[in-house]
Design a protein around this ligand. Structure first.
Ligand SMILES: C[S@@+](CC[C@H](N)C(=O)[O-])C[C@H]1O[C@@H](n2cnc3c(N)ncnc32)[C@H](O)[C@@H]1O
Ligand code: SF4
Length: 464
């Protein structure tokens, strides 16, 4: 990083504040219950008429045997294995309803099982769910078929089966190999365990493996985290995600088990991420978007080079389907200009399906202005560039005039342009290499909903 140390401390004080991660715009905080089953049916009907367009399908598998104390995902902790069978019954019914409504629109180019822990399912259950999806949808021969696997609970038999079923991308949770950190986050996972599963996955032919790390966890130190980074570079995954720890105990009360005094401060967090950038770029990886890295031949790296990177709830992708379906408890879909989220509690999810309804808890129908801003924020988060001519062609807006106050904010004295983080010109916006670290803050200038959340109860995690 080229930022100079005394300057960094002052900048961090200015930029480290609560802000969204922009996995969506508007963020999930804006979702409301006026978007219901009927509204969802309307969107699905509109989607059905775009018969030739490809789809993405996300399946949420919420179960985990034990809770990691940092976890921000929607999970259900249970050792009662029989719950998974009942859950699959309902997933099948939801998938069948969805496919029925979509008619001939069946082609999937992206299919992802996330969680929770998808490998909580035993081999028969994995097979059953896969068959259900294939019964109702056509998976493109070169579709991305991905699954999140936890190396602590995934067996070789499960990997063999996933390979047989055509899964072609694995994503492994690692977070940090340091025992003291693992102790503090209640996730014991030896490096050997990860190495063994990784080696086996490679042996049987998985040629796209991602590893997740988190910086900002309790007890993380620069030297021990650097050892984790070295080990990961040595493993040579195709992709690496290095997430900033989102500490949101008001949303995830179990995070209160994490002692605030053990969390790294903003400066150390910044150094930890700086070490990741240095190690991964030095190790031959290419930086992808805000917090990912990929080997140069990986399609994410190629898309980055040609500014074709996209992002949806499943992460960075090169296969943007026009509509994304989410099934399972708490899953979010993005269909014809609306977000739709399923019920987060099992009884409500089951109850809706029993009544013959889609299990929608809340959602959001985007306005014309939301669509423009979503485009800008996605372009910044993925490609660090907003093109004025594209905005004109796509939305018929004059970028300078439409965003006059936002651009004034970015170029104000002692603001992001002044700090060398962003360049605003007639052609659009470019985020500089130093500015990439603050891209969430830059996006926040375009978020019209943010001011309403800036006082009162905390809503978002911190940007650094
Ligand atoms: C659903 S989880 C991973 C799947 C699997 N259950 C596992 O733990 O290996 C997906 C990823 O989200 C990330 N994650 C979870 N909670 C987070 C938090 N509070 N802040 C940042 N990243 C988080 C972790 O890197 C994790 O690997
Ligand atoms: S990090 Fe993974 S294993 Fe741990 S609680 Fe969250 S989803 Fe479950």
């Amino acid at each position: 990083m080229s930022l100079q140390t005394p300057r960094v401390a002052a900048l961090l004080r200015q930029y480290d504040r609560p802000g969204p991660r922009y996995t969506s715009y508007p963020t999930a905080v804006e979702f409301n219950d006026s978007f219901d089953d009927a509204a969802y049916r309307g969107r699905l009907d509109a989607a059905a008429s775009a018969e030739d367009e490809p789809l993405s399908l996300y399946v949420h598998l919420p179960f985990c045997e034990a809770r990691c104390s940092y976890c921000g995902c929607m999970v259900i902790i249970t050792q009662k294995r029989e719950v998974a069978g009942r859950y699959l019954d309902y997933l099948e019914r939801e998938i069948a309803m969805l496919a029925g409504r979509l008619g001939d629109r069946r082609r999937l180019v992206q299919h992802h099982w996330g969680g929770g822990t998808p490998t909580y399912l035993d081999p028969d259950q994995i097979r059953r769910l896969d068959e259900t999806v294939r019964r109702h949808f056509d998976i493109d021969p070169d579709a991305e078929k991905a699954i999140e696997i936890d190396p602590r609970v995934t067996t070789r038999d499960q990997l063999d089966l996933l390979k047989l079923l055509g899964f072609n991308r694995l994503s492994m949770g690692v977070q940090d190999f340091t025992p003291e950190v693992q102790e503090a986050i209640s996730r014991r996972q030896t490096e050997q365990q990860t190495r063994d599963l990784f080696a086996y996955a490679r042996d049987i032919g998985f040629d796209s493996i991602n590893v997740d790390l988190i910086y900002g966890l309790p007890r993380q130190q620069l030297d021990s985290f650097s050892r984790t980074l070295d080990s990961v570079v040595e493993l040579r995954p195709d992709r690496i995600a290095v997430y900033s720890y989102a500490h949101v105990p008001w949303l995830r009360p179990h995070q209160k088990a994490i002692h605030a005094n053990e969390l790294p401060d903003a400066e150390l967090k910044f150094e930890l991420f700086g070490a990741a950038i240095e190690r991964f770029l030095g190790g031959g990886y290419v930086a992808i978007g805000m917090d990912h890295f990929a080997l140069p031949g990986d399609e994410l790296a190629l898309a980055t080079a040609s500014r074709r990177l996209h992002r949806n709830f499943m992460g960075y992708t090169t296969r943007p389907a026009t509509d994304m379906l989410g099934v399972g408890v708490s899953a979010i879909g993005d269909i014809r200009g609306a977000f739709a989220q399923n019920h987060k509690k099992l009884p409500a999810y089951y109850g809706a399906i029993d009544r013959g309804q889609f299990p929608i808890e809340r959602g959001y129908l985007l306005s014309g202005d939301d669509l423009v801003r979503r485009f800008v924020i996605t372009a910044l988060m993925c490609n660090f560039h907003v093109d004025a001519a594209t905005l004109q062609a796509r939305f018929g807006i004059d970028f300078r005039r439409y965003f006059a106050s936002e651009l004034a904010q970015l170029t104000a004295p002692d603001g992001p342009a002044d700090h060398g983080f962003v360049v605003v010109g007639d052609g659009g916006i470019d985020v500089t290499p130093d500015g990439r670290l603050f891209v969430r803050n830059i996006c926040m200038a375009f978020d019209t909903y943010l001011p309403a959340h800036q006082s009162g109860r905390p809503v978002f995690s911190r940007t650094i």
